[in-house]
Write a protein of this length. Structure first.
Length: 228
């Protein structure tokens, strides 16, 4: 199973300052690091390493972190320039402890890159561990959790906004329905009034007709009584 790469750690190695300096063990992690370039940096005349002291500098987009010991060995880590210095120093100290425990005095006489195979798995384990910042740095872990919380909050905000839009649509539909109900009510009242007036007119017309018929009947009855 392939190990996930975070692109933070590029290289770790151990060099011995002997004349021009040699790299006795190294491991490149998901990157191509030119050992010749590493030797060139180690061969600088102004590189005066004191045992136990950390050195940090940048070359392009890469950060270099070094620590020396009493055996004239230099422990090297190359990583992203933004990699936290405190974590890089922690990595170098772990590298130093593990290397001394595994190799011991062999490091003082080892030839160039003669310990690559011996240290390969150990170096790889360290690179994998420190490549994932959230697993080794509490601040990075907290930052990762904060980012996760921010993401959840953003999703919740998006959902809330969507719900607000839906609620506004419902409110708008309710207002339109209420307006339509008001129009319907007004129309119903107007229709009721029209029907009332129509009913009154019909009653008046019927009353007039009844009165007219009664008048005719009375008139005929009166005329017939006189003729007798």
């Amino acid at each position: 199973m392939a190990t996930q790469s975070f692109g933070n750690v590029h290289f770790i190695g151990v060099a011995r300052i002997a004349g021009e300096g040699i790299v006795i063990a190294s491991y490149s992690h998901n990157a191509e690091i030119d050992i010749g370039g590493v030797k060139q940096v180690l061969g600088q005349p102004n590189l005066n390493m004191s045992a136990g002291k950390h050195y940090t500098f940048s070359v392009g987009s890469s950060g270099w972190h070094l620590i020396g010991d009493d055996l004239n060995l230099i422990y090297i880590m190359i990583c992203q320039s933004s990699y936290p210095q405190r974590v890089a120093h922690q990595c170098l100290e772990e590298l130093q402890r593990n290397f001394v425990n595994k190799v011991g005095d062999k490091a003082t006489t080892a030839k160039e890159r003669s310990l690559d195979k011996t240290c390969n798995q150990m170096f790889r384990t360290i690179c994998v561990k420190y490549d994932n910042l959230s697993e080794v740095d509490k601040l990075a872990a907290v930052s990762k959790k904060v980012d996760a919380v921010k993401l959840v909050m953003q999703e919740n905000i998006d959902i809330a906004l969507q719900n607000c839009v839906k609620l506004e649509s419902i409110e708008k539909a309710a207002e339109e329905l209420q307006q339509q109900a008001g129009v319907f009510k007004r129309n119903a009242n107007e229709l009721k009034k029209k029907m009332w007036w129509k009913n009154i007119k019909m009653k008046l017309i019927i009353g007039f007709i009844v009165l007219a018929i009664l008048g005719i009947i009375i008139g005929v009855a009166v005329a017939m009584s006189k003729s007798k």
